[in-house]
Design a protein around this ligand. Sequence first.
Ligand code: SAM
Length: 272
Amino acid sequence: MPSPPLTLQTTTLWEYPSQHYGNSEQGSSTYKGATPSWVIWNLLQRYTKPGQVVLDPMCGSGTTCDVAEDTGRTCIAFDLQPTRKEIEAADARDLPLGEEVIDFVFIDPPYGKNLKYSGKPECIGELDARDQAYFDAMRVVFEESWRVLKPGGHLAVYVCDVWNRNLFVPIGSHFLFMLSQIFEVVDHISVVRHNKDLDKGNYHKAAEATNFYLRGFNHLLILRKPEDVETTPKKKLAKRTHGGQRGKPGAQNVQAKPKRRKPRGGRASDLL
Ligand SMILES: C[S@@+](CC[C@H](N)C(=O)[O-])C[C@H]1O[C@@H](n2cnc3c(N)ncnc32)[C@H](O)[C@@H]1O
């Protein structure tokens, strides 16, 4: 059955009843962690023009490639583990691209270790979002996006917070703080998640019984590289960028190793 027609989202709360639009699928519905294609469609409509160059450095099943093709944009796609011919193997922290050649960057990174991807040591999905190493790795991805983006070009980052083993990591807020150090913040959108898997198990019961929340939305962070910049960021992203300094208020961050408490409520505590 075809999905409902696409229209531009006009508020900061985005919702659409399907992962894909039209009669076919964009990317692959069997790829764990694939981005809803209508999110990318909305971004390309707003922040690019036909013929412009879109980069997805963590392209997974190639959703961005398909949406770019549908909308007349050119897609340059990388992933550590390419799933199709349009995607080239590369680390998002070290792209084989010149400076300021891209009009728009879309990134849907691993949200810590929430899903298993290639298992390669360079895979950022091997890093726990509770550890500083995850944010350090993503900081380099953001700096690399900055390097390849043309001045005035936009970057969109689609990410979900994690609640794992009784610890909440507000990845979206940390990323926004990090990114705001070198990019202009254009907007911050909440995208409603329709995770049908959560209806199958006892997840909702567990969320009630053990007093946690299932993730109901993803953050969509929209940034812009200012027009009047030199090629290299003047200010590199600070090392500790994820929510306060150790020992100071707000230090309940991901760097300090949390005490491992036994999860209550079984596997539901491992949900996003
Ligand atoms: C959430 S998935 C992306 C999904 C994709 N947008 C789609 O619609 O299919 C995250 C991707 O990041 C890739 N990845 C992880 N670490 C990477 C790295 N260092 N460089 C490039 N890709 C990486 C993973 O292989 C995975 O495909």
